[in-house]
Design a protein around this ligand. Structure first.
Ligand code: HAM
Length: 417
């Protein structure tokens, strides 16, 4: 007998847990739309080269890509993150700038599954293309922060902020970081002893104790920014402060993808285990559009991990699943057609209603009504049917009364308000 299970590192999300997902995606969509971002839906797989641009030296590209040859012999990959897909779509279609997009999308990384780290995870994100105005950075960072704080209600979230400079100031910084790391090569972890000079920023991102202590005194890019990057960063910090968005400077924050320039940020939840405590992150990527074949076009965005946001919310005891799936349960002891009619009428009036099937007994139907968590049961028996009435039972108080069939919707609306 086959015993199929979801693949390692993946999850089925069923009710009532999925009610939290629905609420979160809806809140995110509302907030993004209110700020002028429009939904982008892009393919779940792309030419593998689209994703290679997120960083040849990153774990995401080197070790975790779900890539394969399709039946037409094309090398494609499942999306490991959302930014490259949105940028590829913009380069292909060239909508007007500023182009402001939001998405809710599954992402795939072949990681070692553990709490908060999955092979399929889901991101809520935005990308904004077409301007390097620091006020846009402020808008984007504040949006991510407020989703965590106000929509999910997380108290223990810290916003870390850094600037990674640009083509004018980063090369000189990388040279000095390389020299620093070269002098301490044998103190680095096994992986970075070999690769430190290829992409020295990755060493700052390494969580292994050896690299963390070897880089404690490493030069900080924040101290070496060129004039343009420095004043950009000052404007971002001042804008966030003006909006009351608390942030902490994090000179070692380099993030796990290579496309970042200037503003980078991460949101960390104190409720989560430190290895997986980033509930979201993002930043500027002012060269990515060009790398994907477009004209020079700056961009900035972020991705928030749905699973991690909900894990953090659960351990803080906030953002619960909705208490009930429906408000009303229709109990029909006359064959089932009356329940069909009444449920349909309620739903058309915007009232969430459900009913039992298969001609179950009155007792079984009432039990189903209780189990559903509905506030009200509407009962139609032979007697009610003949009298043109419906019994309205308040399932919380245990009280009931009869109303005319034609008055049911109005009565239910009043009872639920
Ligand atoms: P990222 O930091 O790689 O950035 O991922 C964003 C968020 O997705 C993380 O902070 C985390 O909450 C969640 N996440 C990532 N990998 C996993 C995983 N294996 N399991 C569970 N959750 C995970 C990006 O992907 C960038 N595209 C963000 C961005 C948008 N930057 C600019 N625009």
């Amino acid at each position: 007998m086959a015993d199929f299970r979801a693949p390692p590192g993946t999850h089925d999300v069923l009710p009532p847990e999925s009610g939290r997902w629905e609420r979160l995606v809806a809140a995110f969509a509302r907030r993004a739309r209110r700020a002028g971002y429009g939904l982008v839906v892009s393919p779940i797989f792309e030419d593998v080269a689209v994703f290679a641009r997120v960083g040849e030296e990153t774990d995401v590209v080197r070790k975790e890509m779900y890539d394969f040859l399709d039946k037409g012999g094309r090398r494609v990959a499942l999306r490991p993150e959302g930014t490259a897909s949105v940028v590829r779509a913009w380069v292909q279609h060239r909508p007007l700038v500023p182009f402001k997009a939001w998405y809710a999308a599954p992402s795939f990384r072949y990681e070692r599954p553990q709490a908060g780290r999955y092979r399929q995870h889901h991101q809520l994100g935005v990308e904004a293309l077409g301007t390097d105005d620091p006020e846009l950075d402020v808008e984007v960072v504040a949006l991510a922060y407020r989703v965590c704080r106000e929509d999910v209600g997380l108290g223990g979230v810290t916003l870390l902020l850094n600037s990674l400079g640009d083509a004018a100031c980063r090369p000189a910084y990388l040279d000095s970081l390389r020299a620093y790391l070269d002098a301490r090569r044998d103190q680095l972890c096994d992986e970075h002893r070999e690769r430190a000079l290829v992409n020295p920023l990755r060493v700052l991102d390494c969580k292994r104790e050896a690299c963390v202590s070897a880089t404690a005194e490493a030069p900080r890019l924040m101290d070496d920014l060129c004039e343009a990057c420095s004043s950009h960063f000052e404007a971002v910090k001042a804008g966030l402060s003006a909006l009351g968005v608390d942030h902490r400077l994090a000179p070692r924050l380099v993030r796990g993808l290579d496309y970042y320039t200037r503003t980078t940020f991460e949101l960390r939840a104190s409720a989560l285990d430190s290895a997986q405590n980033a509930v979201g992150g993002g930043g500027r990527y002012d060269s990515l559009v060009e790398e994907l074949g477009g004209p020079p076009t700056p961009g900035i965005g972020f991705g928030l991990g749905i699973e991690r946001l909900l894990l953090a919310a659960e351990s803080e005891g906030v953002f619960p699943a909705p208490e009930r799936a429906v408000d009303v349960w229709v109990v029909d002891n006359t064959g089932g057609r009356e329940a069909t009619l009444l449920a349909s009428e309620l739903r058309s009036a915007g009232i969430a209603a459900d009913r039992a099937f298969d001609g179950r007994s009155m007792k079984a139907q009432l039990k189903a009504a209780d189990r559903s968590g509905a506030r009200l049961a509407l009962i139609i028996g032979q007697r009610e049917l003949e009298a043109g009435q419906v019994t309205v039972r308040d399932l919380e108080k245990g009280e009931q009364h009869e109303v005319a069939r034609s008055e049911v919707v109005v009565t239910v609306r009043e009872a639920l308000s």
